[in-house]
Design a protein around this ligand. Sequence first.
Ligand code: PLP
Length: 400
Amino acid sequence: MSFLSATLDRVQPSATIAVTNKARELKAAGRDVIGLGAGEPDFDTPENIKNAAKVAIDAGKTKYTAADGIPELKEAICAKFKRDNGLNYTPAQISVGTGGKQILYNALMATLNEGDEVVIPAPYWVSYPDMVKLAGGMPVTIEAGVDQGFKITPDQLEASITDKTKWFIFNSPSNPTGAGYTADEVKGLTDVLMKYPHVWVMTDDMYEHLTYDNYVFATPAQIEPGILDRTLTCNGVSKAYAMTGWRIGYAGGPEKLISAMRKIQSQSTSNPCSISQWAAVEALNGTQEFIAENNRTFARRRDLVLSMLRKIDGISVPTPEGAFYVYPSIAGLIGKTSAGGTRLDSDSTFATALLEEKGVAVVFGEAFGLSPAFRISYATSDEALTEACTRIQDFCATLT
Ligand code: PLP
């Protein structure tokens, strides 16, 4: 009898966490490494949010809370959904979890049965397919390459739906590409979904506030109210409020789904951290001004990275509308050999050789389901980005 669960055979460890750890290890060993793997803002959590947490500690808000969130936070989330998305949720339709990740996981655990299919556009956030598999479902991916701006078409969505489809997972702006669907593009997808009432929509709006130029964010249930009663609108404070370590994510959805998610959470992590919940109340209710300021910094860094990468022959990269990632396609580099003698037969050998020969850590595209490409997170300083992109240019210039 095997000690370890067979479930483990179905999943991979997170590639982004693996790259971040590898870069950390090399740095600790004295190597000059620039890590572009981590998906978190380099800004500190704003002072007003940190203060709210300190006040919560001093006021003794340090005990268990209701399993899926304190009433004050649920109210703040309802107000946020109304203010930003025109969605009317009641507190009973809100779930708060330990990060956006737990929210998505709870929803999949609460709904998937053996053989249920989950449609996921690729490139995708690394965790979607593995979470689906952990919950016993089957991921069905739709590929959207660089030629279509990394966005799926309504026809592709329709062709992927079967009688077994339970969820469609939607993520815009996207991790790893930064691609953001316009309201019209979202409408094209929701028109298809209106024809298939058995398909539920899990929209992961984690990068809602991180948008650039004239892009306007749109979430599916706002564009098509006809799908509201089968949509789970997921979000969190991790990225927009620089609160990755606080671990607060949330969702709005039909009560029967929210209470099923509560049941899963109550038997796993009980409740999200009480202090972080009070901090999240301040994040959502307090000033939002720093978001625009942070976005100006992100947009500048995005443009810096794009301009440097676009000088490289063999790399093509569209301009992302949001998030803090770029996803360059390296189709033109496959088959070449690095100065260190590595034949670049895949994006994972590209990323490994780049790390070993130039000390730049990026995540290879295979982890996101669309190759050959790699992901750069530009949530780091201009100096580090300039140096990293110079090294990538050097690495590519010496390929033969
Ligand atoms: N969804 C997407 C698309 C993400 O990129 C991430 C984090 O990288 C998450 C969800 C999870 O966020 P959290 O840190 O709140 O669990």
